[in-house]
Write a protein that binds this ligand. Sequence first.
Ligand code: CA
Length: 225
Amino acid sequence: MSRLLVVEDDPGIRSALIHALSDHGHAVESAPNAMQGLQQAIANDPELVVLDLGLPDLDGVELLRMLRAVSDTPVIVATARDDEEVVVRALDAGADDYVIKPFSAVTLDARIRAVLRRAATNGPATDLTVGELHLDIRGRTAELAGQALELSPREFDLLAYLMARPGEVVTKRELLAEVWRVSYGGGEKTVDVHLSWLRRKLGESAQEPRYLHTVRGVGVKLMEP
Ligand code: CA
């Protein structure tokens, strides 16, 4: 059983979800709009949030950003069909997975269990150190030469994935699949953008790499300088 928060403005969909997810053994609370959803997510610390992106008071992706600023609670977004651009924005903003409306409770429950499983076993529970780079996986803090690095949740996950594989070439497709959880093509620009942000925070560039080395046409590898 998991404690879930469902943020959904449509009363019919909301009560159907509460009913179905309760039937699957979850303890479900709900909120009818973004601001109440944010309040409940912070106050009650649910294990996972199911977030409708089409909310009356605030864009769901904006809510996700606000939530991500204060919490790592896994989030599955629900969105209307043919909305790939919105899905990509939501994943970039830190969503863990998505479902396309209309979806079945069985599918949503399977996604919920998969996301919670990943959250429980996400990467090694130990710390990672490469050169002067140090990640505290449980505390989700990063340091370079003893100085704290301010990383977004996605940048942290990206760095952790690469640091767990020092010297290994990792493709952008693999990063999309393992860090962004996106299986369709495209989106490699997203990886490039996050890598360039990460480089800036590490005080290096693609032209003068220290830790993050581009392997042209293949991907990227992290190495001790
Ligand atoms: Ca809606």
